[in-house]
Design a protein around this ligand. Structure first.
Ligand code: SAM
Length: 317
């Protein structure tokens, strides 16, 4: 970690949008503009991220307002942790691929998925809020995402048995959460509010958690789905490990044979993993990823990945 990161200043993460540009072209252009490739120890140094392909790291204070690459959608400003879900989902890049982003706006992860699919196949992006849906559509146009079918609809009101979803194999679930991992939200003020009414706060988290669980259980009902990534930008176990545990115990998980993907398939080189005291099972804790604000030079984040384990499907299915 650089001194900046240790001090809680998250560097500027810049994802090269491979639908429009390559990381080599990006580095060459930024070099022409006075940056050099290094380890961020000097003011104009940039670095390649160690975990996420095509992610560049710039000093925290770098401004991209007037950067032509940012304006034209060749690069997308996206926190490192927020790049984890699409990388873990690893959607196929083939003409017959069918993927859902269940909670898409503003569209950072949708555009990341589209890039990983190399613009092939179909990516259905749900967003229930009409104002945020407009933002999503603008983002997709700017990023040149041609394989995305955006829908201003509630994911929970979809019928998984609808023929339109018969070939959906991968689902990304990044639902609304408390946002408690986001560093720049004047957290000290929020914390003071929470202190004022702890009961109200735990009721709010419980409500969010039951909605998040519903979303995972709904995703498990899609007949061909084999991989579901569930993520939050919350640091609360109530919305993270506890939701995952309940999802694993749900009738949908047992009926359709969903288990957690092993650590080897979930950013294996990232060292911060799930809370052991919640899972009471080391393997499960190792399967999920956490990011700690102030310690990992990212926002607080949580990522888990459910996969269908064919042998565990109930015979009755
Ligand atoms: N994945 C997005 C990104 O990286 O840009 C951020 C998603 S944000 C955390 C959650 C979004 O899901 C919000 O825009 C919210 O309106 C939407 N949402 C919440 N519940 C939904 C539902 N049942 N169906 C569709 N969208 C939903």
């Amino acid at each position: 970690l650089t001194a900046d990161a240790r001090a809680g200043n998250i560097p500027r993460y810049v994802r090269v949008n491979t639908l429009k540009w390559t990381v080599e072209e990006a580095i060459a252009t930024y070099k022409e503009n006075g940056f050099e490739l290094g380890d961020l120890s000097k003011p104009r140094q940039i670095a390649k991220d160690a975990h996420i392909p095509n992610l560049l790291i710039f000093p925290a204070q770098t401004s991209f307002q007037d950067d032509p690459a940012f304006i034209s959608g060749r690069v997308i400003l996206q926190d490192k942790a927020s790049c984890f879900p699409a990388v873990v989902l690893a959607p196929p890049a083939s003409d017959d691929a069918c993927v859902i982003d269940a909670t898409a706006a503003p569209g950072n992860k949708t555009s990341h998925l589209s890039a990983l699919m190399r613009g092939k196949g179909t990516l259905i992006a749900f967003e229930r809020d009409s104002r945020r849906f407009k933002t999503l559509k603008n983002m997709l146009a700017k990023a040149g995402c041609k394989n995305v079918s955006p829908r201003n609809a509630d994911f929970l009101s979809t019928d998984p048995k609808d023929g339109a979803f018969a070939n959906v194999t991968h689902i990304l679930l990044d639902p609304s959460c408390s946002g408690s991992g986001i560093m720049n939200r004047l957290d000290h003020l929020l914390e003071a509010e929470r202190e004022a009414d702890k009961d109200q706060e735990s009721a709010r988290l419980a409500k969010l958690a039951s909605f998040q669980l519903l979303m995972i259980r709904h995703a498990m009902k899609f007949p061909a789905v084999k991989k579901i990534v569930y993520s939050t930008c919350s640091v609360h176990v109530t919305e993270d490990e506890c939701v995952v545990l309940q999802a694993l115990k749900s009738s949908e998980a047992t009926t359709h044979g969903f288990v957690l993907a092993p650590r080897t398939d979930v950013l294996p080189t990232w060292s911060r993993r799930g809370k052991r005291d919640i899972f009471l099972d080391n393997e499960a804790a190792e399967s999920v990823v956490r990011c700690s604000p102030g310690e990992d030079a990212t926002n607080g984040f949580f990522v888990s990945c459910f996969v269908r384990h064919e042998a565990r499907k109930r015979k009755a299915e």
